[in-house]
Ligand binder design. Sequence first.
Ligand SMILES: Nc1nc2c(ncn2[C@@H]2O[C@H](COP(=O)(O)OP(=O)(O)OP(=O)(O)O)[C@@H](O)[C@H]2O)c(=O)[nH]1
Length: 204
Amino acid sequence: MTKLWRGAPLILASKSSSRRGLLAGAGIAFEVVDSFIDERAVEAPLCAAGAGGAEIARHLARAKALAVSAKQPDRLVVGADQTLSLEGQVFVKPPDRAAAAAQLAALSGHTHELRSALCVARANEVLFEAAPVARLAVRRLSQAFIEAYIAMVGDAVLASVGAYQIEGLGIHLFEKIEGDHSTILGLPLLPLLTYLRQEGSLLR
Ligand SMILES: Nc1nc2c(ncn2[C@@H]2O[C@H](COP(=O)(O)OP(=O)(O)OP(=O)(O)O)[C@@H](O)[C@H]2O)c(=O)[nH]1
C-alpha cells in the first residue's frame, strides 16, 4: 500500500481505463467496481428537459457513485462522467467510425467544452462533487486529415466522447487547450485529491 494513502482502498465506480490510469499514477490505493448504469437511460429525461452538458455529467457521476455505494456502504466510492458540449449541443461517444468522422467535422474550427464531473459517496450519501470544465479549440480539419486520423487511431475514436485521446494522436486536432489534463482525461484529480486530504484518506 502506498505511504500517501491511509485506510481501505477507494472504490472507483468506472470501467474506464483512463480513470484507472489517473488514480494509479497518483498513487491512490483503489479497487474497480463497475456501476452498470445505463447512461443513455439515465440521461434521456435530462436531455428531453434541455439539460446542458454540466448537469448531465453531474447527474451521471452521482448515479454511478451512489449505485456502487449502495452495495458497499462502508467504503469511499468515486464515480465520474464526461460530456462534450459544442454551442449548447451535447455530444455522446460516436457509435462507429463514420459518426466519429462526422463529429470531428462538426468540431472543426470551433471551441468545445469537456465537462468532467466526479462524485464521492459513502453509505449512499454524497460527500463531495466537482465538475470542472476544459475548453479545446479544434483547428480547421481537412477531410483528408480526418480520414487519415481515424484510419490511424482506429476504434479508439469510439472510446471517448470527443473521438480523441489527448495524450495520443488526438493532440493533432487542437490549436489551443485550456483546462487541467486530468479533467480532459475524465477524472479531475486536483479537486478529488484536495477533498481526500481534507477527509483524511490522503496524507496532507
Ligand atoms: N485516455 C483518454 N481518455 C479520454 C480522453 N477523453 C475522454 N476520455 C475517456 O472517455 C470516456 C468518457 O466516457 P464516460 O461515459 O465518461 O466514461 P466511460 O468510459 O463510459 O466509463 P464509466 O466511468 O464506467 O462510465 C472516459 O473513459 C474518459 O476517461 C482522453 O483525451 N484520453
